[in-house]
Design a protein around this ligand. Structure first.
Ligand code: KIV
Length: 270
């Protein structure tokens, strides 16, 4: 359980010591408090908020202002986890100046520690600039959901030799550029383990990438079973909050209809 402030140095140390790193997404103060109490090492305010909170069918529409709004809420509930703000689509792709400005907004306006951005060799110059400016970066390679239109869908990446070699090269280049961690999303387990073993200082955080990574991340709503419908193969549901919620609300409706709620203990006397 993380009981003192987790920093970039802590994450690097955990990689060195082979201690598994835990990361989970959160988008609001209540979830932030709960995952802190559970002792998670890192919280990602993911742009997956577009899908799981805002109801879009991809992360593409998410804006910087929405990310800042939710990261501020998460920071209000955070005590010890290292919080990473996810840079949304087109907040860093157009120019290095835009990217530096938007990344700085996360640190200055929310107080979070690091930013995450998607991409391999194409973002290496940016990662160098950000880390030189004192902005810790978590990279993200493999399936990069902001490029879903380019990739032609949400598919496992790195399945042939050329793609696998490119992923290893990208990871090494991101490490050399100064990224302290890197999400590996939807990558064959053997490739993710190989990437991890090739890296000295950048921790790999897997999602759909097997158990050979330095750490794991899951979307909180998936892990908790908040919704029904499609669930990726790599998700393990640790709870079924969908059924718990529906049952609780049904009981509330029944109580109100039967006038058994509010009971005397919920009622003020004159
Ligand atoms: O946006 C997000 O939540 C993510 C995770 C799935 C890694 O990028």
């Amino acid at each position: 359980m993380a009981n003192k402030q987790v920093t970039v140095a802590t994450i690097r140390e955990m990689k060195q010591n082979g201690e598994p790193i835990t990361m989970i997404t959160a988008y609001d103060v209540a979830m932030s408090r709960n995952v802190n109490e559970a002792g998670v090492d890192m919280i990602l305010v993911g742009d997956s908020l577009g899908n799981v909170i805002l109801g879009y069918n991809s992360t593409v529409p998410v804006t910087m202002d929405e990310m800042i709004h939710h990261t501020k809420a998460v920071m209000r509930g955070n005590s010890t986890a290292l919080v990473v703000g996810d840079m949304p689509f087109m907040s860093y792709q157009a120019s290095i100046v835009d990217a530096m400005y938007n990344a700085a907004r996360f640190l200055k306006e929310t107080g979070c520690t690091a930013v995450k951005l998607e991409g391999g060799s194409s973002v290496v110059p940016l990662v160098e600039r950000l880390t030189q400016a004192g902005i810790p970066v978590c990279a993200h390679i493999g399936l990069t959901p902001q490029s879903v239109n380019q990739l032609g869908g949400f598919k496992v990446q790195g399945k042939d030799i050329a793609a696998a070699q490119k992923m290893i090269d990208d990871a090494k280049a991101l490490e050399a550029a100064g990224a302290f961690a890197c999400v590996l999303e939807c990558v064959p387990a053997a490739l993710a383990a190989k990437v991890t073993s090739e890296l000295k200082t950048m921790a790999t955080i897997g999602i759909g990438a097997g158990n050979g990574c330095d750490g794991q991340v899951l979307v909180c709503n998936d892990l908790l079973g908040v919704s029904t419908g499609f669930c990726p193969k790599f998700v393990k549901k640790y709870a079924n909050l969908h059924d718990t919620t529906v049952e609780a609300v049904k009981e509330y409706i029944a109580d109100v209809k039967a006038r058994t709620f509010p009971a005397p203990e919920h009622t003020f006397k004159i």
